[in-house]
Write a protein that binds this ligand. Structure first.
Ligand code: FAD
Length: 494
């Protein structure tokens, strides 16, 4: 029997995509989406601004405070784009473009940027070949060394075992800074990089052999993709002409057009309780009490922990920490010399010493060269003849394991370090936005997968009896693709 009423708690991308898929699955069931803030979308925040250098150059630009690009591998998002008719709004970055081919590292203590290899030949000529070539040449011949009975391991320990500690520190930590703004010594390999964990098993201890033996025959659900899969051939990453919020806007429009959906912004849930022998749940907000038959909890796990009663506790909701990140959007005026080399951007590995925060260096994790990857979001304003000189937008990410308190971040220090990384003097930015995001990216620490399995067993049993599903960045994966996929799966056994 279809649920009699579903409440979705949390109106970020997970909650909205859950509601959208639920409305398709149960077209007559009343669905209420409850969001604490006045706006929906959670961490997805795009803004269109106009910049002016005072010398006749003007440009309309998109700035992102949260996620900025998506990977075409996530079929769940491609399906959403197709179902919401968003194909004409996407902006793709081809695999052949500099943004796809050129990614850099800045190694602390060294000058400038070192380009990461993007092909077998560039592996040999890369300034990082001293680090990468010996590590990957030895790995297939190294004896299996996963500790007996290990069910998970930190990403740093995992890479150190197979490729050596320097490889793990330089490349592994930089990758984790870029995705989780976290310390790779805390992050669960099994939760964050499941395909690498499985490759080691398939390769009888060797990750490289495991990938070579991958036949790619794993069962995938069927997605409704229309022609978008063809559009995504040869694409490295993509976004939308008006930024990531286009996805949220389209979901809100689609949900608003359904008579059985009620969207409640500015409404915080204060308690969520099982009621009447598992038949109903009680959801209390400041203004009303709902009694849905089923609930999707799509809010951060510690915030879920705060609203469930101590009489029906759920395990592990506060087990993981979350990264706090400062996102700094900078727009530089047109200048005779490029601000940065062509490419996607660069990441900075953790230093050899414990994470220092001494006020002298600002705790930069990496910088994205937005104009190079999603520059087509930006439109010069003016006659266009002679061709207008373009502004450059970059985004600097700071904080995470450096534990920098936002009030200690000095813009002039950030600009000085940026200039050192890019090995060139920088003009004053014409526009700057600083966003201090507290606890914005949950960090799945070692043991996360097993903890979530235990949580799901508890949810399936009395008093919750399978009527509450817990999804979202903290439970089912942080990328927007993971969030949309989790939303697609909710309610499949209701
Ligand atoms: C700076 C940054 C950059 C990122 N870059 C990328 C990227 O480039 N690509 C990518 O794929 N991913 C990226 N991510 C990750 C991705 O954006 C997030 O993991 C994802 O948006 C999380 O969505 P969510 O709906 O699960 O959670 P949230 O966005 O946190 O939404 C949860 C919602 O629940 C609401 N809520 C909380 N408590 C209550 C309550 N009591 N009652 C009602 N509502 C409540 C909140 O207000 C919020 O709107 C980035 C994240 C950040 C922070």
């Amino acid at each position: 029997m279809a649920p009699s009423h579903i409440a979705v708690v949390g109106g970020g991308i997970t909650g909205l995509s859950s509601a959208w898929h639920l409305v398709r699955r149960f077209p007559r069931t009343p669905i209420t989406v409850v969001e604490k803030e006045g706006r929906f979308g959670g961490w997805i925040r795009s803004e269109r601004v106009e910049v002016d250098d005072g010398e006749g150059h003007r440009e309309s630009m998109v700035l992102e405070a949260g996620p900025r690009t998506l990977r075409p591998q996530s079929k769940a998002i491609l399906e959403l784009i197709h179902l919401l008719n968003l194909e004409d709004s996407i902006l793709t970055v081809p695999l052949s473009s500099p943004a796809a081919k050129s990614r850099f590292l800045h190694l602390p203590g060294r000058n400038g940027l070192a380009q990461l290899p993007s092909s077998f030949t560039s592996l040999l000529t890369s300034p990082l070949s001293w680090l990468i070539v010996p590590a990957i040449a030895r790995e297939p011949f190294k004896a299996s060394n996963r500790p007996n009975g290990a069910t998970d391991e930190s990403f740093d320990s995992f890479l150190s075992r197979r490729f050596g500690p320097e490889f793990a520190r330089c490349l592994g930590s930089a990758l984790v800074h870029g995705v989780y703004a976290a310390d790779s010594r805390q992050l669960s390999t099994r939760a964050a990089f499941p395909s690498i964990w499985i490759a080691e098993e398939r390769g009888n201890g060797s990750i490289i052999q495991g990938f070579l033996r991958n036949t790619g025959t794993s069962e995938e659900p069927t997605y409704d993709l229309g022609t978008i899969e063809a559009t995504m051939k040869g694409v490295s990453v993509y976004s939308f002409k008006n930024g990531m919020y286009s996805l949220v806007d389209a979901l809100l429009k689609a949900l608003n057009s359904r008579p059985n959906v009620r969207l409640l912004p500015n409404t915080a849930i204060t308690s969520l309780t099982p009621k009447g022998k598992g038949k109903l749940l009680q959801v209390v907000t400041g203004s009303e009490t709902l009694e849905p038959s089923h609930v999707v909890a799509a809010l951060p796990l510690p915030q879920l922990d705060a609203i469930i009663p101590s009489s029906s506790p759920l395990p592990h909701l506060t087990a993981n920490p979350a990264s706090s990140v400062t996102v700094m959007n900078l727009v530089f005026p047109p200048s005779p010399q490029p601000i940065h080399p062509p490419g996607f951007g660069y990441l900075i590995p953790r230093p050899e010493v414990p994470f220092p925060y001494d006020g002298k260096q600002p705790g930069i994790l990496g910088t994205v060269f937005d104009s190079c990857s999603v520059g087509d979001q930006d439109v010069p304003l003016g006659p266009g003849n002679p061709p207008l000189k373009r502004f450059t937008k970059v985004t600097v990410m700071l904080g995470g394991p450096y534990n920098v308190t936002p009030e200690h971040i000095s813009v002039s220090t950030v600009l000085r370090h940026l200039s050192l990384h890019l090995s060139r003097p920088l003009p004053d930015p014409v526009l700057m936005r600083v966003h201090n995001h507290r606890h914005c990216i949950p960090i799945p620490t070692v043991g996360h997968v097993e903890r979530m399995e235990e949580l799901n067993r508890k949810l399936a049993s009395s008093p919750w009896a399978g009527r509450l599903q817990v999804v979202g960045a903290g439970a089912t994966g942080v990328s927007v693709g993971d969030c949309v996929k989790a939303g697609r799966n909710v309610g499949s056994d209701w």
